[in-house]
Design a protein around this ligand. Structure first.
Ligand SMILES: *[C@@H]1O[C@H](CO)[C@@H](O)[C@H](O)[C@H]1NC(C)=O
Length: 159
């Protein structure tokens, strides 16, 4: 894909992100940088998040809700999907109070191979989380085969 196409695709996905339901409006959504995890696991086409800042690592505010939306094309069909998010330090610490039932947050569940889908999650940043930069790893897993269907890493800054 050349640069021009990926730019147009990014703009189309941003428009979709604004019009699909469930995006918190306190902070406007913007594209955030992410990395994939493993070569054989799908990575998002784009990731959007409602951040308190306009560029760089996404800043989030304590005691507020930030919406994350990842667009992706699943590599296989899957009927039950589990979500798991963790602080990705030397040991993965699960994010507190997360809901693992990914189907609640997918635009379309079951997953259909190659069809554009999105995963939208409202992340509550608790007042007691210490201010710092956190690397996050987010994984969706096929609950039957236990194969990972989506994985990405990004950073958030709590201040
Ligand atoms: C995946 O699901 C779609 C829609 O239900 C179906 O048409 C397709 O045959 C399935 N693919 C596989 C490999 O099972």
């Amino acid at each position: 894909m050349n640069l021009m196409n990926s730019k147009i695709e990014g703009i189309l996905l941003l428009i979709l992100t604004i019009f699909l339901p469930n995006f918190a409006q306190a902070f406007p959504p913007r594209r955030v940088k992410f990395a994939g995890c493993f070569d054989n696991v799908a990575r998002p086409v784009a990731v959007f998040m409602s951040c308190a800042n306009k560029r760089g690592d996404c800043e989030v505010r304590k005691d507020s809700v930030h919406t994350l939306r990842a667009f992706f094309r699943p590599k296989h069909n899957a009927t039950a999907v589990e979500s798991f998010a963790a602080w990705n330090s030397w040991l993965q610490v699960p994010l507190p109070n997360q809901d693992h039932d990914a189907c609640k947050y997918l635009y379309q569940c079951p997953l259909v191979e190659n069809r554009l889908n999105s995963f939208t999650y409202k992340l509550k940043v608790e007042a007691f989380w210490p201010a710092d930069t956190y690397p996050v790893i987010w994984t969706l897993t096929d609950a039957e085969s236990e194969e990972e269907v989506l994985c990405f890493r990004f950073r958030i800054v709590i201040n």
